[in-house]
Design a protein around this ligand. Structure first.
Ligand SMILES: *Cc1c(COP(=O)(O)O)cnc(C)c1O
Length: 384
């Protein structure tokens, strides 16, 4: 029911009490196949790559959260992006944000480029640059906003207009903002992609992905691709994600409150040279952030000035665990230049401000005073 507000949809959308038992929670249908009562006589379920009731419930729930009609769950965020790229063919051209997730860049340049697709990476903060990159064979614009780890924003309404005028698909990776804070479909996107591994599941205990769309033609092909290639999540991971989304609105509220509080405090800290957080008034796209997002979340990047300081800091936190990934209830710290973005050439990293002195925080939902104290002692070590 799309008239319901998001927190209500998060708990209820796509789920009914289990038909035979009344179980209020969708069971984990741990099965590979379904018995047919006669040739071609079944209850809509034939084989579990094609459909599974636990996955069905997750897909309906995710679609409702994004305000979309069709949802497809995948085995990972990259499997979701892989399926979206397979909507196109050799010779087709895609315009992609230059600061997207490293694995997205790798999939485009090291897999789909070999298969004959073409990609142009542009700074999608600049809409004129996006328009200038459109060619007669361009089929899609792919953006991630806020971007990782520089927290750059793309104006979704503006890029949506370009896509609509040129009849291109607009795909938005909404992993960082989540539907709680940003609704790409309502701003003109055709396709929303998630790594459900991050905030949607929110507990760092599974890997998964999703694609949501309002377009019937896209949905038909995506459903075909999901079954044809088979990169589907198992019933248990689907169930974990479905359990995770129930508390999404609640968790995001706390990530956002903690994120704002710590970004503000770090901004005034003498050991920190620069803070990248869309909710800070000195973020160069703060006005756009306020217009496009209803919250800023828990992702913060910090410039500490040198690789040595970044290392001491990242190794010196006690509550913030040093690990890849983001979006879980627990706080994490990472060093993009040597971890998530190590495959990006150094010159390209530095050009976008991704220096060896940059660290990235995924702020969890712990007590913010404990988090602040932990960052304070690690900053003291880093600048001693
Ligand atoms: C993690 C991530 C992905 C990839 O998702 P996986 O589940 O790790 O495959 C894609 N986009 C963003 C923004 C991510 O953070």
């Amino acid at each position: 029911d799309l008239r319901q507000r998001l927190a209500t949809r998060a708990v209820h959308a796509g789920q009914q009490p289990d038909e035979p038992t009344g179980a209020i929670m969708t069971p984990i249908y741990q099965t590979a196949t379904y018995v047919q009562t006669g040739l071609g006589k079944h209850k809509g379920f034939e084989y579990a790559r094609t459909r599974n009731p636990t996955r069905d419930a997750l897909e309906r729930n995710l679609a409702a959260l994004e305000g979309g009609i069709h949802g497809f769950a995948f085995a990972s965020g990259l499997a979701a992006t892989d399926a979206v790229l397979k909507l196109f063919s050799a010779g087709d051209h895609v315009i992609c944000g230059e600061n997207v997730y490293g694995g997205t860049h790798r999939l485009m340049t090291q897999v789909f480029q070999q298969l004959g697709m073409r990609f142009t990476f542009v700074d999608t903060r600049n809409i004129a640059a996006v328009t200038a990159a459109v060619t007669p064979v361009t089929r899609m614009i792919f953006v991630e906003t806020p971007s990782n780890p520089m927290m750059r924003l793309t104006d979704l309404a503006a890029v949506g207009k370009v896509a609509q005028e040129r009849k291109l698909h607009l795909a938005v990776d909404n992993t960082f903002a989540t539907p709680v804070f940003q609704r790409p479909l309502e701003l003109g996107a055709d396709i929303v992609i998630h790594s459900t591994t991050k905030y949607l599941n929110g507990h760092s205990d599974m890997v998964g992905g999703a694609v949501i769309t309002n377009r019937d033609d896209v949905a038909e092909r995506l459903g075909f691709l999901q079954n044809a290639a088979g990169a589907v999540p198992g019933p248990f991971d689907s169930w974990l994600a479905l359990r995770g989304t129930k508390t999404l609105a609640l968790r995001m509220r706390q990530h956002d409150a903690n994120g704002r509080c710590l970004a503000d405090w770090l901004h005034g800290h003498r050991a920190v040279q620069r803070v990248y957080y869309p909710g800070l008034p000195d973020h160069e796209q703060y006005d756009l952030a306020c217009r496009q997002m209803s919250g800023f979340g828990g992702m913060i990047s910090l410039e500490l000035g040198s690789a040595a300081r970044a290392r001491t800091f990242a190794e010196g936190t006690k509550l913030f665990a040093l690990a890849e990934s983001l979006g879980g209830v627990e706080s994490l710290v990472g060093h993009p230049a040597s971890m998530t973005h190590a495959s990006v050439p150094k010159a390209m990293r530095e050009a976008m401000g991704l220096t060896d002195g940059l660290v990235r925080l995924s702020v969890g939902i712990e007590d913010v005073d404990d988090l602040r104290e932990d960052l304070d002692q690690a900053l003291a070590k880093a600048t001693r």
